[in-house]
Design a protein around this ligand. Structure first.
Ligand code: NAI
Length: 358
């Protein structure tokens, strides 16, 4: 039987907190994976889960990735993530607002150990609701002094990673004529598609929402395929920008690409799939390395938001990916193993510094 405690011990989680609010119907989970380098920062996912266990599991897995993401990006934060369980009623504005405010009180009760931001199912406007109750929130709308929507910066960061990967794998220093298959034409997917098309790449996309497909066709010169076909479409780069678990035993053998570079969190169904990709000759640009742009941008808010400064920091994802590829090649290990090595080195340094300060 699945044990939450065993999983937490195995993955070194510090805490998982559950909250309910009987008035609004809020049911929420906040997972704090690691606060060694600073408060745990991470998005609020509002999603409908089949079981409560699946919701907790998602928060645990996503919070761990946030620790590695912040460490590899070298920002002074730990890893956390929260989940608000959706039941359909959250579409009613009054209920949504009451739940977000109740969630804000939950965040406030953690005394600065957790800083919330948007994720799948939540937006900067939702963060503004949370802000009414706690200061421990980022990515509020620009007019309220926040950094706003993180998707453009996330897409910009993914593009920097793609450039580093294309240079190493394809020997090219631009993406002109390169075919990129984007799974998920949502916020990040569309921003990425725009950047790629502006650079001269050929974009093929897919989405399960007919409205997203309609918008994409209307706004951009892209070819759209049905969702299942995105794995087979001839493309040099596959960019997962939808949900997690899409790289697995069923999909990897179908991928004709040479590079995987996308924004979705937890793209691998299991860590062992990183090695499988390596054996298949596909270079995997690790999700939390490539998609750190939104986090780096949001973290900039804490010391006073400056978009130019944030953009410069996000551009460093290019160098981080180069370092990861060089470790992977030198040690003949998967890119995931190389990224983990980089993250553990940073965490270890902070642990040592904290220990000597005590
Ligand atoms: P979004 O919700 O705007 O877009 C996701 C899109 O994927 C939606 O249009 C949805 O219909 C589509 N989709 C879902 N399942 C699909 C499938 N099987 N096939 C094709 N399309 C599918 O979310 P957003 O903000 O664009 O984020 C995308 C991914 O990137 C998520 O995994 C998110 O956690 C991750 N991410 C986002 C960041 C941000 O700044 N927004 C930062 C870091 C990671």
């Amino acid at each position: 039987m699945y044990s939450i405690f065993d999983f937490m011990i195995q993955h070194k989680h510090e805490r998982v907190c559950l909250a309910t609010d009987s008035v609004s119907g809020l049911r929420a989970v906040i997972a704090l994976h690691n606060t060694v380098r600073g408060p745990a920062i991470g998005g609020v996912r509002m999603w409908r889960y089949d079981t409560e266990e699946a919701a907790i599991q998602d928060a645990l897995r996503l919070s761990e990735a946030m620790t590695f993401k912040a460490a590899v990006a070298d920002i002074p934060f730990g890893g956390g993530k929260s989940v608000i369980l959706a039941d359909g009623k959250e579409h009613e504005p009054g209920i949504r607002s009451a739940r977000l405010r109740a969630f804000g009180r939950f965040v406030e009760s953690l005394d600065g150990c957790y800083i919330a931001g948007p994720d799948v199912g939540t937006s900067p406007a939702d963060m503004a609701q949370i802000k009414g109750v706690t200061g421990n929130v980022v990515c509020c709308p620009v007019e309220l002094g926040g950094s706003g929507d993180s998707a453009p910066m996330t897409a910009f960061g993914v593009l920097q990673g793609m450039h580093a990967l294309a240079e190493e794998v394809l020997g090219v220093n631009n993406l002109v004529g390169v075919r990129v298959a984007i799974q998920g034409l949502g916020n990040v997917g569309m921003n990425l598609a725009r950047l790629l098309i502006a650079e001269g790449a050929v974009v093929i996309g897919a989405d399960i929402r007919p409205e997203a497909v309609r918008q994409a066709r209307m706004q951009l010169p892209i070819e759209v395929v049905v969702p299942e076909a995105i794995y087979n479409v001839p493309a040099t780069i596959f960019a997962p920008c939808a949900l997690g678990g899409v790289l697995n035993d069923r999909t990897i053998e179908r991928l004709p690409c040479k590079i995987i570079a996308g924004a979705a969190n937890n793209q691998l169904e299991d860590d062992r799939h990183a090695e499988l990709l390596r054996q298949c000759g596909i270079v995997y640009g690790v999700d939390y390395v490539l998609n750190a742009g939104g986090l780096i941008n949001a973290a900039q808010e804490i010391e006073g938001y400056d978009q130019q400064k944030a953009r410069q920091k996000v551009a460093l994802i290019y160098d981080t990916v180069k370092r990861m590829l060089s470790i992977s090649q030198a040690e003949q290990i998967s890119t995931l193993a190389a990224a983990l090595q980089m993250a553990f080195a940073v965490l270890q340094r902070s642990e040592t510094t904290n220990a000597s300060a005590r």
